[in-house]
Design a protein around this ligand. Sequence first.
Ligand code: AVJ
Length: 329
Amino acid sequence: MNPKKDNQIRLHDFKPGHERFRAEILSGLSKGQKELPSKYFYDEQGSQLFKRICSLDEYYIPHTEAAIMKTHVQEMVELLGRRVLLIEYGSGDCTKTRILLDYLDDIAAFVPIDISREQLLHVTKELAVDYPGLEVLPVCADYTSGFELPAPKRLSVRVVVYFPGSTIGNFDPIPAKLFLEHIASVCGPGGGLLIGVDLKKDPVVLHRAYNDSQSVTAAFNLNLLERINRELNCDFRLDWFEHYAFYNPREGRVEMHLVSLRDQTVHLDNVAIPFAPGESIWTESSYKYNLYEFEQMAAAAGFRVEQVWTDERQWFSVQYLVNMTEATS
Ligand code: AVJ
């Protein structure tokens, strides 16, 4: 680890390096069904595009989740209890976290974890201004691989992980369960997980959410190719690929792809990557759950569902899970 100083902010930096990025891109593009990891959407440009997606009416997740949080924040904060060490996975711009922070008056510390270093530094500065006295310990990491938690100054009674936005939906079922197990080990016996889980619903609603009328989602998807061109020695032509997103009811997920519009060869350094017309790069999955399915997966990872809050349309859920594994001494 190499803590870096940026205007007094001590950032714990585990960000995957250039070599790792290149290796993951190359291995994804070498598969039969080509794929790219969705975590790489969030460079500076990508984070901005995602922020724009979040302001769209059609992308119902942020406003629905924020409304659930605002309606039930008192109850949530009561479940988290006093002296909680709050860790957020994929903190982004922390809009929803602020709803909690406004009510958590005896919090031990807040640890935002994000892959976007720029955004993390920015948000840490803002929180320092708006919540004086709150210890913020930012960690820059791809939270799907390893990182160490920084040590807060205040003792905590309980560790709670906050994982909003239905980012859990980006994981395939087996990795999703493994990731919940990882979270269980981070929060420890008696610890909690406050998680946003998107629910199964009318596929037409899902289709609109990932095919918005202003094509912001398309730009977000295509930006991944632009980023690869910029950061690696690569020559994707963005006008020769098209955003394609659809709900796959059999798998219970929205799939995002970039489809090649013609026969073409892309180069990454000296590696030639051929594309047939209509061939796709699979860039993201967003799994949707029903409450029972999610409860089953949580139980398999050692969590009991303590409380579920939803909106009146039952489009989204925020859930508080408790780690049921026994303490080992
Ligand atoms: C932030 C991963 C939850 O899958 O809905 C939004 C990302 N992709 N529009 C999602 C996303 C296309 C989003 N998550």
